[in-house]
Write a protein of this length. Structure first.
Length: 144
């Protein structure tokens, strides 16, 4: 039930997510974007869980292991087309993409405990294709 409520919350306030637990949808289309996570920047506290819902199939979540996550975070890559969740315990910025659409702008950031200390490392991540521009815009937003 709780997950369902969080899911509804996500639907109604889809551009703003500061909550205990957050649901992000994996979508083929949202507004004018194709292949997109419903929330591209999510801020949470350590101990919170993010749920990625496979609303549309053909997507997954893969942390960008080369410089895209805080030190000490292990590899994380979900199965394509499956719901997935991750409990965040290490503060910092986590950059991730959908493996099949990593060149198509399907990327996202999770910020834990408002910790931006690995921002320089995030800026050096090699985003691909269409994701470069989107990453730059999201990083600019983080720097606010
Ligand atoms: Cu995808």
């Amino acid at each position: 039930m709780r997950y369902f409520v969080v899911f509804l919350f996500g639907l109604f306030f889809s551009n703003f997510a500061v909550a205990e637990d957050v649901t992000i949808e994996m979508l083929n289309k949202l507004d004018k974007r194709n292949m997109v996570f419903s929330l591209e920047i999510v801020k949470i506290n350590s101990g919170d869980t993010v749920f990625w819902k496979a609303t549309d199939k053909g997507h997954n979540v893969e942390f960008i292991s080369k410089g895209g996550v805080p030190d000490g975070v292990e590899k994380f890559k979900s199965k394509v087309g499956k719901d997935i969740e991750f409990n965040f315990t290490i503060p910092g910025i986590y950059a991730y993409w959908c493996t099949p659409h990593k060149t198509m702008g399907m990327i996202g950031f999770v910020i834990v405990d408002d910790d931006l200390s690995n921002l320089d490392s995030i800026k050096k991540v090699k985003f691909l294709g269409k994701s470069k521009k989107i990453a730059a815009a999201l990083i600019a937003e983080l720097e606010g």
